[in-house]
Design a protein around this ligand. Structure first.
Ligand code: AKG
Ligand code: FE2
Length: 232
């Protein structure tokens, strides 16, 4: 059984339905976290480099991987997708959104390519002291898979302090509410990219989510981001 299949996806779906996110503890081992973070300086692995302050995205930097993706990202992206696609389809049904997602990632990437979205979106983020990531949504074109995954690659309290993963959600005509997601090194968080369904007294409505990272107080923090749609 793959490491992704070993999780209890019934309870992960319940958490996603309840809160818009779910934690997959120890998705990566300590040595895998070190190996992936150590890829950061190796430019031939990446297609582009973004300095966040230059775009008003926060402070810190990230790089998008080039194809072919290295392991364990190449392995995890389709395996996670296969588990998340049925959940995404149930969400869209509840939110009365038309899009439905094929159960195989290869097929979904074919749809992205046909829509002109051909550039890989998995990314590696690097933060140092005083860096942060402003609340945002990772939308890169008309086609957007509704869930994404981020894996914390550094150990909180040891390699860095501060730098918490934050999610906010806004119900129609209401003020935003924030959640801080406690993560250890190797833990992954699956979360809504844009919307999630929430049952209210007048039926199901769409809640708007954003994610970001609070200020790093000390040390260095690396994250692996796994986004399932490709970019224009
Ligand atoms: O560094 C983080 O935890 C957030 C990364 C992020 O924005 C992403 O993976 O899309
Ligand atoms: Fe993001």
């Amino acid at each position: 059984m793959s490491r992704v299949a070993a999780f209890d996806w019934t309870s992960l779906e319940e958490e996603l339905n309840g809160f818009g996110y779910a934690v997959l503890p120890s998705l990566l081992s300590e040595s895998e976290c070190r190996e992936v973070a150590a890829m950061y300086p190796d430019d031939p692995r990446f297609r582009s480099h973004v300095v966040m302050a230059r775009h008003g995205y926060g402070r810190g930097e990230y790089k998008y991987f080039a194809y072919p993706l290295p392991d364990p990202i190449a392995e995890l992206r389709p395996e996670l997708y296969a588990r998340l696609a049925p959940i995404a389809n149930r969400w869209n049904d509840r939110m009365r959104l038309d899009a439905r997602y094929p159960l195989e990632h290869r097929e979904f990437i074919g749809q992205c390519n046909a829509a002109g979205q051909t550039r890989p979106t998995p990314l590696l983020l690097q933060y140092g002291p005083d860096d942060f990531n402003c609340l945002h949504q990772d939308l890169y074109g008309d086609l957007a898979f509704p869930l994404q995954v981020a894996v914390l690659l550094s150990e909180p309290g040891d390699e860095f302090t501060g730098g918490e993963f934050v999610l906010t959600e806004q119900r129609p005509r209401m003020q935003s509410r924030a959640e801080v997601v406690p993560l250890r090194r190797g833990d992954a968080v699956a979360f809504a990219v844009h919307h999630r369904p929430l049952d209210g007294s007048k039926g199901t409505y769409r809640v708007n989510l954003r994610h970001g990272v609070s200020r790093i107080r000390a040390g260095h923090r690396y994250t692996l981001g796994i986004i399932f749609h490709d970019a224009k």
